[in-house]
Design a protein around this ligand. Structure first.
Ligand SMILES: NC(=O)C[C@H](N)C(=O)O
Length: 714
């Protein structure tokens, strides 16, 4: 690749405008260029991290943030940039069309000068703050900004550490010029965006902003405001996550007056009723905050007999160091604090107690079970994995397509579909018999004028979009009317189905593996506290299993090779169902391969055609099709996919062989008549992915409202 092109691609990756003329002729190459994202990792509370984030915002550079302990650094592909000065200069120089590094050659040198000065003099804690502030006051006396006529890196480097010191109560008096300048900086968009629109000083009362602050582009805990902007009905509250999931466990907030709202997990009285210990949870983290309510607190008397497990309340108090074990800080509610009870609970009626419950019991109270630790953790991981799914496909250029839920086509040809009809309700309403013709139901009288069903897969519909937009995926509910009572099947489940044009079965395997790993690593980064809960309560060794999944390439072998291995292993393994070529592998065989033979996920491909669907591409051998399944330890099959049959004559033969009617698939066949291309795709059962990531063994516990035979309540 030409050097200029590479440079311009890099510049584009950083969010800048492309200038190179040559590149305009090479747009197709640009589309192919694999451009790594620019990422800053560091502690979100670290002033250096904040400086770099503000500088990137000011420079218009797309900088992804990843919370991580340790010294902040920027990663770009394999390259790393460390040290605050170097990082600030780097983001300042990324793009040609910004002025954050000054407007002229001389201004840039001035920016450099003040950058070095600030990094040296405003280090935390500064050696001699009074002297430093004097220098700054003198410099700013006749100026709006530190250098030139606009907000530059010099302002970033000086203002952010000062704001930080101010928040810690270390700045007592500022000169008039410095105050004016600092206010200007605080009002600058990049600063507001990263630090939040209001940074409460140390002992501020909770304030409800009149207008909700715009969500920050970066999603670090520190860059969102301490007080939730959408909490006006309770006059402001802080999410418990902001306190307990902070890297210092909330210690940085000691001394601050804070309000929290939530549901009581446990309550305990002490000192003859003069103290009340409450564990409060608001769902933002799997951790409860300990609230110690003293009898002199306003509202204390209203709690008597009403605050049991499940009650909802708001507590206003001060964050103090916790003398107890298990938490760094707690909320102390004394005479200047207040407790407000929203909804009390009569302990004898509330079905959830503080001790654990069986998963079966929780299912019977699906409306209340989100308050259990288990279902709370599952819900957070489920949401994160959905987010990861969209992020993965979007960043790889896939379009999200909504495929219909009601369909007249049976994708799998399996016939286990839920029928959608209004005939029965109408007949019942009118008291008339169902319309019949020649001894069969007369569907021409039905809503869709033909039999219609809930979809079992979005694949056939998404293929149409694939054969025009190249890379697409669908993600939605699918339905199977199997009378199955196992812990692995549901009548309603969610499926992710990507479809790629100009791709064979090996491309399909590559994307499946990359996607699975992306999701697992996303949960490891964003949901560590939830995963720790699963490790502790559900599956010992879960984290290790997930690390293993990420560590190595998945094993890949053909179905025929797998059968050979399984036959050899049979005497030792003692399978319930004997192994022979042509059989559909059972979960005992699949798990044996993944857990015992390879000890990691395995992709099997080239299955016998007779056990697979009609749309899978027939291989040269005429006996197998280009189908693949991903099998994971502890779970079994998580993904099933194939290269699709793109040759019309072969497809027609297969449809007929399977006892289906080619005319029912007229539109699917049209794609093979007009501009047919090799293409591939797969389906991943979303609930299986959650089971894989959490270790939860019953599929009914990873979906909010499980649907299975006899169960459609809630
Ligand atoms: N999109 C897919 O390949 C999934 C496949 N149709 C299934 O239902 O298993």
């Amino acid at each position: 690749m030409c050097r200029w092109l590479k440079l311009e691609l890099d510049r584009k990756a950083l969010g800048g405008r492309l200038r190179c003329k040559r590149l305009q002729r090479c747009t197709s190459l640009a589309a192919m260029g694999k451009i790594p994202a620019l990422t800053l990792s560091g502690n979100s509370d670290d002033v250096r991290t904040k400086m770099v984030l503000v500088a990137a915002k000011a420079a218009g550079v797309d900088l992804k943030f990843e919370a991580k302990a340790g010294v902040p650094s920027i990663q770009y592909g394999m390259k790393t940039i460390k040290y605050t000065g170097a990082m600030l200069r780097f983001v300042g120089k990324c793009l040609e069309d910004t002025e954050v590094y000054g407007n002229t050659f001389f201004e840039s040198a001035e920016v450099d000068m003040w950058l070095d000065w600030s990094l040296m003099e405003l280090e935390d804690p500064p050696a001699d703050l009074e002297r430093v502030l004097k220098v700054l006051e003198k410099h700013l006396d006749q100026r709006t900004f530190v250098v030139g006529q606009r907000f530059t890196l010099a302002d970033v480097a000086a203002s952010i550490p000062l704001i930080h010191l101010e928040q810690q109560g270390k700045v007592t008096a500022l000169g008039t010029a410095t105050k004016r300048w600092l206010n200007t900086c605080k009002e600058a968009d990049p600063v507001k965006n990263i630090l939040g629109s209001h940074s409460p000083p140390k002992t501020a009362q909770p304030v409800v902003p009149s207008r909700p602050a715009a969500a920050s582009a970066t999603t670090s805990i520190a860059s969102t405001p301490l007080i939730d902007p959408y909490s006006s009905s309770v006059r402001g509250r802080t999410e418990i996550k902001k306190i307990l999931a902070a890297e210092d466990g909330g210690k940085g907030l000691i001394g601050q007056k804070i309000s929290v709202c939530g549901w009581v997990k446990t309550v305990r009285e002490a000192e003859k009723g003069k103290l009340c210990f409450v564990q409060l949870n608001d769902g933002s983290v799997p951790l409860d905050i300990q609230v110690v309510i003293h009898s002199e607190a306003k509202g204390f008397d209203t709690l008597k007999g009403k605050v049991g497990t499940g009650a909802s309340m708001k507590c206003i108090g001060q964050i103090v160091e916790s003398p107890g074990r298990g938490q760094a800080v707690e909320l102390s509610v004394k005479d200047s604090g207040e407790v407000i009870l929203f909804g009390g609970v009569d302990a004898k009626d509330y079905p959830l107690s503080k001790k654990g419950h069986s998963h079966e019991f929780l299912r019977s109270i699906a409306h209340l079970r989100p308050r259990s630790n288990l279902i709370g953790c599952v819900a957070r991981v489920r949401a994160a994995l959905a987010q990861a799914t969209h992020e993965f496909f979007r960043s790889n250029g896939f379009l999200y397509v909504h495929t219909p839920l009601i369909t007249a086509a049976d994708c799998e040809g399996a016939g286990e579909m839920f029928q959608v009809t209004t005939m029965m309700a109408e007949a019942e309403k009118d008291g008339k018999p169902l319309p019949m013709v020649n001894g069969k139901f007369d569907y021409s009288k039905d809503f869709f004028q033909k039999p219609a069903f809930l979809t079992v897969s979005g694949q056939l519909s998404v293929e149409n979009y694939c054969c025009s937009l190249s890379k697409v995926y669908t993600f939605g509910p699918t339905f199977r009317a199997e009378n199955s009572h196992t812990s692995r099947h549901l009548a309603e489940f969610w499926m992710i189905e990507p479809e790629l044009a100009f791709a064979d079965i090996f491309d399909d395997m590559n994307i499946a593996e990359d996607y699975l790993k992306y999701c697992v690593s996303y949960a490891m980064t964003h949901n560590r506290a939830d995963l720790d809960f699963f490790e502790d309560k559900i599956e010992k060794g879960l984290i290790k299993r997930l690390e293993n999944l990420l560590a190595e390439p998945f094993a890949r072998l053909t179905y025929t090779e797998a059968i050979d291995i399984l036959i050899k292993e049979s005497p030792k393994a003692g399978f319930g169902v004997p192994v022979e070529w042509g059989m559909d592998l059972g979960s005992e065989h699949e798990r044996y391969l993944a857990e015992k033979v390879y000890k990691k996920p395995v992709i099997l491909y080239n299955y016998p055609k007779d056990i697979k669907a009609f749309y899978m591409r027939l291989n040269e051998d005429n006996r197998t099709v280009a189908a693949m399944d991903v099998l994971a330890p502890a779970i079994g099959e998580v993904i099933g996919g194939s290269q699709r049959e793109e040759r019309l004559d072969v497809l027609d033969r297969r449809i007929t062989e399977m006892g289906l009617e080619p005319k029912d698939y007229w539109w699917y066949r049209d794609l093979r008549r007009f501009g047919s291309v090799p293409h591939s795709g797969f389906g991943l059962g979303f609930e299986r992915l959650i089971m894989l990531t959490t270790g939860v063994e019953n599929i009914r516990d990873v979906i909010p409202y499980p649907r299975y035979p006899g169960h459609a309540e809630f």
